[in-house]
Write a protein that binds this ligand. Structure first.
Ligand SMILES: [Fe+2]
Ligand SMILES: [Fe+2]
Length: 297
């Protein structure tokens, strides 16, 4: 009789079965689920004030409430636009891997994942078009172009980026779902997305840990540190996509580019950003993906 080594794939299979089952149980028709208001009042907050890109910065107190509310409208459209573009890119990557060698175990769950993300992309774009009459284009969470890497590295990076993106978005979703001062349509979009994403994040953490082990067996220490540096640059790039000059222009701010630059440099914002990414950073550290919690400027 052979003693089986503790097999990551057994644990992984179990989790996938549970999550796939939950996806089926919780399935809803997004085209019938949402209670779309005809319009959202212009003098309401469209986003929790503490999620605005100026919150905690030196610039905040120089803006009056009317400007902050306009900003909350356009920053919410920017947030859902970021989701639309981020989802499109992650669907492409997952479709590219489903039913290919190395992804036999998660392929069944990938079907749920792709299906659910398509629906998320639909309801986020619907929100943007109904209430903002546009989807911001400059807001894509595109990764920086990379040189050709080993497939183990590429696979790890794709799912580490997806996981980070989903965890970052979930911080905003969770807050807005609970914010009773927001319109019910806004709360509902955020609540429903958060419910689906809790499955994706549980899955993503397991898959990323698994792919990290595979990558570690395939490359040397220097490359692992390079992967860490790359992922950290991606995190900072993603955080900066909330400082969108097109949003500032739509909110009536005089110098949108200067606003973006000032907020990127602002120490108060750096502290707020750390809160936004607290959970994924803790995961990357605990799983040994990151050797420390430093981030580039
Ligand atoms: Fe999603
Ligand atoms: Fe997701």
């Amino acid at each position: 009789m052979t003693t089986a080594t503790p097999d990551l794939s057994d644990r992984f299979r179990e989790l996938l079965d549970r999550l796939s089952h939950k996806s089926v149980e919780d399935y809803y028709n997004p085209y019938q689920t949402f209670d779309w208001a005809d319009e959202l009042p212009e003098d309401d907050w469209w986003m929790s004030p503490d999620l605005l890109s100026v919150h905690g910065s030196a610039l905040h107190d120089g803006l009056d409430e009317a400007t902050l509310k306009r900003l909350s409208k356009w920053e919410s459209i920017n947030f859902y636009s970021l989701n639309v573009h981020g989802i499109r890119e992650l669907i492409i990557e997952v479709v590219d891997r489903i039913h290919t060698p190395g992804f036999e175990i998660p392929s069944d769950f990938f079907h749920h994942f792709i299906g659910e993300e398509n629906e998320h992309m639909w309801f986020f774009s619907e929100f943007c078009r109904r209430y903002g009459d546009k989807i911001y284009t400059g807001a894509a969470l595109k990764s920086a172009p990379t040189e050709k890497r080993a497939p183990e590295v590429e696979n790890f990076l794709v799912f580490a980026r997806i996981l980070f993106f989903e965890e970052m978005v979930d911080f905003y979703n969770t807050r807005m779902a609970q914010d009773t001062t927001l319109h019910e349509t806004i709360r509902q979009v955020n609540r429903i997305h958060h419910q689906d994403e809790s499955r994706h994040i549980a899955f993503g953490r397991e898959l990323v840990s698994h792919l990290h082990q595979r990558m570690k067996a395939a490359v040397d220490e220097a490359e692992l540190r390079e992967v860490e540096a790359y992922l950290k640059r991606y995190i900072v790039f993603s955080l900066h996509s909330f400082y969108n000059p097109h949003v500032y222009r739509d909110a009536g701010i005089a110098d949108p580019l200067a606003m973006r630059e000032a907020l990127i440099e602002d120490e108060g914002r750096k502290a707020v950003q750390r809160k936004v990414i607290r959970k994924p950073m803790a995961f990357f550290l605990k799983s040994g993906i990151f050797s420390d919690d430093s981030l580039p400027d």
